[in-house]
Design a protein around this ligand. Structure first.
Ligand SMILES: [Zn+2]
Length: 382
């Protein structure tokens, strides 16, 4: 079985080459050559090579695609037929056999915000190649979800007689199956990570006598895609900036190079982290007490109305400043520091994590981070 992968308009050459490399690479694992039951034919796009193009995002924000939605409101995308016609043209120009599946990769948006679709012949499909960075973190190279979709189209093309049947058979609820519709585009992460074909869908393939060796080959390949996605997702990021800025009216720490990831610090954690970011010299636990007023001020910058108790009380409790009272237990300084570090460890890879952690070093709590990597867009003036 052969499948043609065509590089359509606005598909980056590097992306196309990397996809090609991956698809060809699956033929070999651990030096052992697996019989290529599925082969690929690649057609690069020579038309718009010199054209400058911006990456077209699905939208400013990920928007939900409505299952029944026919045309998106902005009406900026191309109609499906536009892509299908390109497929037909490619088939003719390159004499692709009429029973061979074509997957057109395209950087052009469609008017229904689909990640891809197929025409009624079930042999002419397209996959949208941009916008994946809105769904996956920057660490996931967008070639993997695209490759995932390519394999899925090979399966789907062989499961149904026409695209209407397909449309009705896709799972509207997310079942972690390759046939999930993913109305909310972000759900694509779930299905690519679970990488499963549900029993119902598998049964369809069996009923339709889809070749078992090809099916196994695709399942194995999907597994390889999944590993690539997981590895990067687990993934944590390398060295990068931390930015403090307003999001929805509150000040949040984000990581701009990590898909604007928001570090979910509650006000106390924000206060402590910010405090030490502006104190690169480090302070001992005892010395912190001398900065109570500063801490109150910072806390007021971060607190939300629902916070229980007065600023002074919350901060005093946290730093154990007790004015002859004992503030025990929860939400104390070391608890807050622990929480901060746990959250950071979920983001940064082990090789760099130490610069981001708030730790006691030689008796002084400090954050080693190169302060050039801290961008303060919060407008906090102390
Ligand atoms: Zn299924």
């Amino acid at each position: 079985m052969r499948v043609t992968i065509a590089q359509g308009r606005l598909v980056n050459d590097i992306v196309f080459e990397e996809i090609k490399k991956f698809l060809l690479g699956t033929i070999e694992t651990k030096g052992k050559r697996i019989k290529p039951v599925l082969t690929f034919n690649f057609i690069p796009n020579q038309d718009d090579q010199d054209e400058e193009f911006d990456v077209q995002l699905i939208d400013e924000e990920i928007r939900k695609i409505r299952f029944e939605e026919k045309v998106d409101k902005s009406n900026t995308g191309k109609q499906f037929d536009y892509f299908f016609n390109q497929g037909l043209e490619i088939r003719q120009t390159h004499s692709i056999p009429k029973d061979e599946l074509i997957v057109l990769l395209t950087g052009e948006r469609n008017n229904r915000n689909f990640l891809g679709y197929i025409d009624d012949s079930m042999l002419n499909s397209f996959v949208y190649t941009n916008g994946w960075n809105r769904i996956y973190s920057n660490n996931v190279d967008s070639i993997f979800p695209i490759i995932y979709e390519i394999y899925c189209w090979i399966l789907r093309a062989n499961m149904f007689d026409n695209s209407t049947d397909l449309y009705h058979a896709v799972h509207k609820d997310n079942e972690g199956c390759a046939m999930d519709f993913c109305e909310d585009l972000r759900d694509h992460r779930q299905k690519s990570r679970s990488n499963d074909i549900c029993e119902t869908c598998n049964d369809i393939l069996i009923t339709r006598e889809f070749r078992e060796d090809i099916k196994q080959y695709i399942y194995n390949s999907l597994d390889k895609v999944r590993h690539s996605i997981l590895r990067r997702n687990n993934g944590r990021t390398i060295v990068t900036d931390i930015e403090l800025k307003y999001i929805n009216g509150t000040k949040k720490f984000t990581i701009p190079n990590y898909n604007d990831y928001v570090i979910e610090f509650p006000p106390q954690e924000k206060t402590v982290y910010y405090f030490f970011l502006i104190h690169p010299e480090g302070l001992s636990y005892k010395e912190i007490h001398n900065f109570r007023e500063v801490l109150y001020e910072i806390y007021n910058e971060f607190s939300i109305r629902d916070d229980l108790g007065s600023t002074e009380e919350i901060i005093n409790r946290m730093i154990g400043f007790n004015q002859n009272q004992i503030y025990p237990g929860t939400k104390n300084f070391s608890g807050v520091v622990n929480e901060i570090n746990l959250k950071l460890k979920a983001v940064f890879i082990p090789e760099v994590i130490d610069s981001y952690l708030l730790k006691s070093r030689k008796g002084k709590y400090s954050i080693l981070l190169d302060r050039d990597l801290f961008i303060d867009n919060s407008g906090i003036i102390l």
